[in-house]
Design a protein around this ligand. Structure first.
Ligand code: NAD
Length: 245
C-alpha cells in the first residue's frame, strides 16, 4: 500500500532529535523523499543510514538556506520544526534572549518559507507545517514569556501565509503540542535539580497524566503534509494531552 506521503518531497528542520527526528522517520516511512536538516551533523548521520538525504543547515543563516533551497529544488512539504525554549518571566528576559528566540523560532520560518514557497507556487501547491506550542496560544504558561511570545508569532505568520496563498494551492498550518518527551525536555528536567519532582510537574500539566511522544506529534505532521489534510489551512492543530483544556 502506498504511504500517505508517497511521491512527495519534503524538507524538515531540526530533524536530528526529538519531534523533528520522529517526523523525518515518519515522513520517510510514509513514502516521502525526505531531506533532513539540523546543525547536529553527527546525529543527522543516523538518518542518512536510514536512507534519507541529510544537510547540515543552520536556520539562522539566510544565505545558507537560500543556497540549500537552490540545491534541493522544489518540495511539496516544508516542516519548520526548529525552536528553542527560553525559561523565565518578562522580568527575566533580556533583549538578547528575545532577539535570539525570535530569530530561531520565528524568523527562521520566514527564511525557509521565502526560500521554498516560490518552488511550491511554480509546481501549483504545497504544504507548510510550522511548529508552534500550546504556550502562547491557546494557553498562558508560567515562566515562558519569551517562548510564548515567539510561538504566538508563529501562529500569526502561519495564518498570514495561509491567507495570502490559499488560491494558489498552498496550505500553511501550525502544530501546537503540549509537553513532549524529547532530549531538550530531558535537559530542562535535569537542570531543575530534583529530576523526579521536575518530571512529575511536567507530567501534571497534562490532564491525560503523561507526556506526549515525538511519534504522536510526527503523525500529525504527516497528516498535515499529506493530501488527507487538503481542506485545512491556517489552523492551529493542538495536540496536548488536554493541557489547554
Ligand atoms: P529538541 O529541542 O530536543 O531538539 C531541537 C533540535 O533543533 C536539535 O536537534 C538541535 O540541534 C536543533 N537546532 C537547534 N538550533 C538549530 C539551528 N539554529 N538550526 C537548525 N537546527 C537547530 O526537540 P523538541 O523538544 O522535539 O522540539 C522541537 C520543536 O518542537 C521546537 O520548535 C519546540 O519549541 C517545539 N515544541 C516542543 C515541545 C516539547 O515539549 N518538547 C512542546 C511544544 C513545542
Amino acid at each position: 500500500m502506498a504511504g500517505l506521503l508517497a511521491g512527495k518531497r519534503a524538507v524538515i528542520t531540526a530533524a536530528a532529535q526529538g519531534i523533528g527526528r520522529a517526523a523525518a522517520e515518519a515522513f520517510h516511512r510514509e513514502g516521502a523523499v525526505v531531506t533532513a536538516t539540523d546543525i547536529n551533523a553527527e546525529k543527522l548521520g543516523e538518518l542518512a543510514d536510514l536512507g534519507m538525504a541529510v544537510e547540515t543547515l543552520n536556520v539562522l543563516n539566510a544565505a545558507d538556506i537560500a543556497a540549500f533551497a537552490e540545491r534541493t529544488g522544489p518540495v511539496d512539504v516544508l516542516f519548520n520544526c526548529a525552536g528553542v525554549v527560553h525559561a523565565g518571566t518578562i522580568l527575566d528576559a533580556t533583549d538578547a534572549d528575545f532577539d535570539f528566540a525570535f530569530d530561531l523560532n520565528v524568523r527562521s520560518m520566514m527564511r525557509l518559507i521565502q526560500a521554498f514557497l516560490p518552488g511550491m507556487l511554480a509546481k501549483g501547491g504545497g504544504s507548510i507545517v510550522n511548529m508552534a506550542s500550546v504556550a502562547g496560544v491557546p494557553k498562558g504558561v508560567a515562566n515562558r514569556f519569551v517562548y510564548s511570545a515567539s510561538k504566538a508569532a508563529v501562529i500569526g505568520l502561519t495564518k498570514s501565509v495561509a491567507t495570502d496563498y490559499i488560491k494558489q494551492g498552498i496550505r500553511c498550518n501550525a502544530i501546537a503540542p503540549g509537553t513532549v518527551q524529547s532530549p531538550s525536555l530531558e535537559e530542562r528536567m535535569r537542570a531543575q535539580g530534583n529530576y523526579e519532582e521536575a518530571r512529575a510537574a511536567f507530567i501534571a500539566r497534562q490532564p491525560m497524566g503523561r507526556l506526549g511522544t515525538p511519534d504522536e506529534i510526527a503523525a500529525l505532521a504527516v497528516y498535515l503534509g499529506s493530501d488527507h489534510a487538503a481542506y485545512t489551512t491556517g489552523q492551529v492543530h493542538v495536540i496536548d494531552g488536554g493541557m489547554s483544556l
